[in-house]
Design a protein around this ligand. Structure first.
Ligand code: HEM
Length: 420
């Protein structure tokens, strides 16, 4: 997904879903949870689902709006019987598949555990629901292209979401050769790809934001500095989307980078060599599964440099060893300043190479949604910090322990808000 495409399609949707989150939390912080800490994870998951679903599929699931209306009714003592929002089925299916992956990987034979699971009625129900909903959305998108000629279909400016990117090209190809476009609902690979995007882009963003909010409560000095940097760049009031995307605010870049580093939302990646190989002098047979820890929250283990390959040595020389610099100090604490340096004029600037950053993995399998995630994160951090002060929570809620699932989830995702 190119940056221009994301700015045009996904960014406005991320902005409006964060504005809805801010409005919902304003209501919570001034009524039901006034002066009281509350669990942020479910709301962040709803906001992330709203944003990613509309960015990928092009439809608004409305889960956060539904929760806000529910609370408004409760506060007025009114009965709430709105129908469940269109995206609610998705949450249930995502949770099922994430639990299945986790349960299978905790067994001694994960591949067999998965083979067994797909025979179960629950898996069939999952497939049926996902196929039905994705096909419906695809068919709806295709009807938009029906009356368009080849010229119009060739313009990517008509794409409104990631799914359009693919479907429009299929419709264009079919129009060029004068046949009906193939039924996308029968394309199992594409349905699966879309579903993977929804899983990958939902819990990951929500958990990273939950960690960020915890860091804000635990490291108030960084929170104050971040708000000061944002206020001085944007002035009073809430900035527009284009202001957020265009502004050059080194401390904001650093604050986002630091949250991605310390949260370690995805704390490992897997690789399997296609042939026998050697890594740092250790033989690794073809087909072995290698788990790499990508959570940079402590100094790296020293390796025997003489064992590096020539390409490994060359790659290493391109970057400073940040662990030996001030950037590498106290890696268990949230300190955005480790990502800042001064240029020759004394101006502060963001240094993305201060430390290795592997939050999105690396290489050809690097996170497909990285650009979207970074953009969403920047929007959310800006709007949240300018709207609320995240106060320290009581002692029993401060733990930085996590639950290891597909993503690292904070065990105590609590905050106490003061509306600004
Ligand atoms: C803060 C948010 C996110 C984090 C920390 C994150 C992290 C990761 C990591 C570590 C990987 C594995 C990379 C590797 O093996 O080298 C990955 C893969 C992936 N991510 Fe993300 N991700 C995030 C958001 C997203 C979003 C928003 C989307 C989609 C909209 C997404 C879609 C994917 C997909 C499809 C893959 C599999 C790529 C492949 O195997 O080729 N992610 N992500």
């Amino acid at each position: 997904m190119g940056l221009d495409f994301l700015k045009r399609t996904a960014a406005p949707k991320s902005y409006s879903s964060t504005v809805e989150l801010v409005e919902f939390w304003r209501l919570k912080a001034t009524t039901a949870h006034k002066g009281q800490p509350f669990n942020v994870l479910e709301d962040l998951k709803n906001a992330a689902l709203d944003a990613v679903w509309v960015s990928i599929i092009g439809e608004e699931p409305g889960t956060l709006r539904y929760e806000k209306r529910k609370l408004e009714h409760e506060l007025k003592g009114q009965q709430f019987d709105d129908p469940a929002p269109p995206g609610s089925f998705m949450k249930e299916q995502v949770e099922y598949i994430v639990d299945t992956i986790m349960d299978a990987s905790a067994t001694p034979f994960p591949a067999w555990a998965v083979k067994l699971e797909v025979l179960k009625p629950r898996f069939h129900r999952f497939r049926k629901v996902v196929t039905r909903e994705m096909s419906r959305a695809m068919k709806k998108a295709l009807t938009r292209y029906e009356g368009l000629d080849v010229d119009s279909l060739g313009k990517d400016s008509i794409d409104t979401c990631a799914m359009d990117l693919v479907l429009r090209k299929q419709a264009l190809q079919a129009k060029k050769v004068g046949v009906e476009p193939s039924d996308p609902a029968k394309d199992v690979a594409m349905l699966d790809e879309l579903f993977v995007l929804l899983i990958g882009g939902h819990d990951s963003t929500a958990n990273t934001l939950a960690w960020f909010i915890k860091f804000m409560g635990a490291f108030p000095q960084a929170q104050t500095e971040l708000r000061a940097a944002l206020s001085s760049a944007f002035g009073p009031g809430i900035p527009t989307l284009s202001q957020i995307l265009e502004a050059d605010i080194p401390y904001l870049d650093a604050a986002c980078e630091e949250a991605l580093r310390l949260s370690g939302t995805s704390n490992g990646v897997l690789r399997s060599p296609l042939q026998d190989t050697t890594i740092l002098g250790y033989p690794v047979p073809k087909g072995s599964i290698i788990y790499m820890n990508i959570h940079v929250n402590h100094s790296s283990v020293l390796a025997d440099e003489s064992q590096r390959t020539e390409t490994g040595k060359a790659a290493r020389q391109k970057k400073d060893d940040g662990f030996k610099t001030p950037a590498g100090r106290d890696l268990g604490t949230y300190e955005p300043r480790r990502w800042l340096v001064r240029d020759e004029t004394g101006k502060e600037k963001f240094n993305p190479n201060a430390l290795p950053q592997l939050a999105f993995g690396a290489g050809v399998r690097m996170c497909f949604g990285r650009r979207l995630a970074v953009m969403q994160f920047r929007i959310a951090v800006t709007l949240l910090i300018l709207s609320f002060e995240f106060q320290e929570v009581p002692e029993g809620m401060q733990s930085m322990a996590c639950i290891e699932r597909l993503f690292r989830t904070p065990q105590q995702p609590y905050t106490k808000l003061r509306v600004l």
